[in-house]
Design a protein around this ligand. Structure first.
Ligand code: PMP
Length: 284
């Protein structure tokens, strides 16, 4: 069935949604975006996602055409119009289109706002049982990874390479240390039982799921170390996992062909996944 999508003020069937070939999102990846999970027809951690959209847009000087409340109302309308029970909602804001291709842009340019829904299983996905295999891959992205732009070519190439190698995803490496996953934050549990993840900076995206997981992990009493870790430290970890809005928490059971511990999803990882989902459902 055709989705109803949102484009610059109109709710229209997806095949009728058209944007200019001069849109800077298309020509220069001059656009920011967000993905919010939907469970039982409700938005999960959406305030965090919209706050991050504001951060991304502000850092690039892209005008946000409306308040977070107005954006949320559009997200909710799309959930209803498309009968979305479980999946995600994508929001993209590009700087807009002018009458020709030009690197520079005028301050008066009007942004292009697009939203659409995506149906997918998040809670009962087989990946939570099997875990995923990742390969390490050089992080060739630009230096402002705290800004969520649609310039995702490095991630597309990395994920394609992972699939070609028989893996599910990548862990990106810079100067010998893991920055993050292909489209997720990366964590290990050390043999001593500490949760280790890279601290927030311009090197990584400040994951909204990460933010919730750090609070929930603290409540479990686990010791947390926010510091960079190497891929060798990850090979020797007791557990490894990723987080994002579209996976919540997925165990990582193999890195570069080496099983993590016994090669099965870790206990803390699965517990944290359950806690996250239960908390999200309770707050609906
Ligand atoms: N890092 C990167 C590079 C990502 O693309 C994502 C997915 N948005 C994340 C981390 C996780 O962020 P979130 O939990 O907000 O989805």
């Amino acid at each position: 069935m055709e989705r109803i999508v949102y484009l610059n003020g109109a709710y229209i069937p997806e095949t009728e949604a058209k944007i200019s070939i001069f849109d800077r999102g298309f020509l220069f990846a001059d656009a920011v975006y967000e993905v919010t999970a939907v469970l039982d027809g409700q938005l999960i951690d959406n305030e965090g996602h919209l706050a991050r959209l504001e951060h991304s847009a502000k850092e690039l000087g892209i005008k946000l055409p409306m308040t977070s409340e107005a954006l949320t109302a559009i997200q909710e309308s799309l959930i209803e119009k498309n009968n979305l029970a479980e999946g995600s909602i994508y929001v993209q804001l590009s700087r807009g289109a002018e009458s020709d291709r030009d690197f520079d842009y005028s301050e008066e340019i009007e942004p292009t706002l697009v939203l659409f829904t995506q149906t997918r299983k998040i809670v009962n996905t087989p990946k939570k049982k099997t875990g995923i295999k990742v390969i390490s891959y050089e992080d060739i992205r630009w230096r402002r990874r705290d800004i969520k732009t649609s310039g995702l070519l490095p991630a597309c190439l990395a994920k394609h390479a992972a699939h070609a190698a028989g893996a599910d995803d990548v862990w990106l490496i810079e100067d010998g240390f893991v920055t993050e996953g292909g489209s997720s934050n990366a964590y290990i549990i050390t043999q001593e039982g500490k949760l280790v993840t890279r601290p927030l900076s311009q090197d990584i995206l400040s994951g909204i799921t990460r933010d919730s997981l750090m609070k929930l992990s603290r409540d479990t009493g686990i010791e947390i170390e926010e510091r960079p870790f190497s891929i060798e430290e990850a090979y020797a970890a007791k557990e490894a996992f990723i987080s994002s809005a579209t996976t919540f928490v997925w165990p990582v059971v193999e890195i570069d062909g080496k099983p993590i511990a016994d090669g099965k999803p870790g206990r803390f990882t699965l517990k944290l996944r359950d806690i996250y989902i239960n908390t999200a459902q309770k707050n609906l």
